[in-house]
Design a protein around this ligand. Sequence first.
Ligand code: ZN
Length: 308
Amino acid sequence: MTHGVSVLALLLALGTSTLSQAQEQELPVSEVAPKIFVHAGETALMARENDGAIANIGFIVGDNAVAVIDTGGSVREGRRLLAAIRARTDKPIRYVINTHGHPDHVFGNAAFVSDGTVFVGHRNLPRALAARGQFYIDAFRRIMGEQLLDGVRMIAPTLLVDGTIQLDLGSRTLTLKAWPTAHSDNDLTVLDEQTRTLFAGDLVFLTHTPVLDGSIRGWLRVIDELSTLPAQRVIPGHGPVSEWPGALTDQRRYLETLASDVRKLVAHGEPITVAAGTAAATERSRWKLFADYNARNATTAFSEIEWE
Ligand SMILES: [Zn+2]
C-alpha cells in the first residue's frame, strides 16, 4: 500500500504546515516598562538562520487597544510577535507603526493585516516602500530563501505622520514624530508619554554599527534635537534598551568621527575609495558588524560632503 503511505505522509505534512502557520511559537519579549514589551533583535545580518529577527520590535498595551512598533524581518517573525501579543492581551491591535522602511522593520507587516488595524508611518514611507520594496524582497529571497520570503508584502501606511501626532490607546497617549532626513528620509519615533519610553527606530544604534541611508549632517542635527526629548529610556532600533539621553553618546561620536575624517579626505582630494577604506577606522573596535557597514557609510557620507 505504498499509495496509502504517501497520502498519509502528505496529510501529515499539510497538517504540520497549517499548524505552524496558525500557532507560531511566541517571540520572546521582555516588559521594559509597564505594558511595554520588546523583543531584542540579534546583532547580526538578516539570514535564514535568524528569520530576519535582527531589529528591536515591540508593542504597547493601553486600556482599549494595542500598538505594535515594527513587525520584524519576515512574516514568520511577525506571526511570532502576534502570538506574543495574544498570549498577553486580547485587546484589538489598532495600530501598526513602522519606524522606517528597512526590511528588518517592515517585512512582518503582512502578519498584522486585519480589519480595524491601521498602518502608520512617516509621510515619506509610502514612497520609500514603492521605490525599494521589490528590490528588498528580491535581494532577501536570495539571502533568506523562498520559504521565509513567502508572504512578505510591502504594506504602506495609510495614516501618515508629518510633524507630530498623538495616538490614544485608552489612558495611554503615544506621541509620534516624523523627522527630517537623518538615518533615512522616513524616520519616525514613538514616545509613550506615561512611562517616558522612546522607541527610536534606527535613529539610535548601540553596539550595532549605525547604518547611514540618509544624511550624515541631517542625522547629527537630529541627534541634537532628539536629545531634548523628555524620555527616560530608549528602545534603539538595534542594541540594548538604555537610559536617555546617554544612549546617544557612542553614535554621536561615531558619526562625528566619520564626518570629520571624510571632510579631511575630501579636502586632500582623496578619492571615494580611500574614504571607504579608512574613514572612521578609529571606531572599528567599538562596534559590531563594522566591516559590513562602515565602508558603505563612508561612501554615502563622502557623496554628501564633497558637495558641501
Ligand atoms: Zn534596522
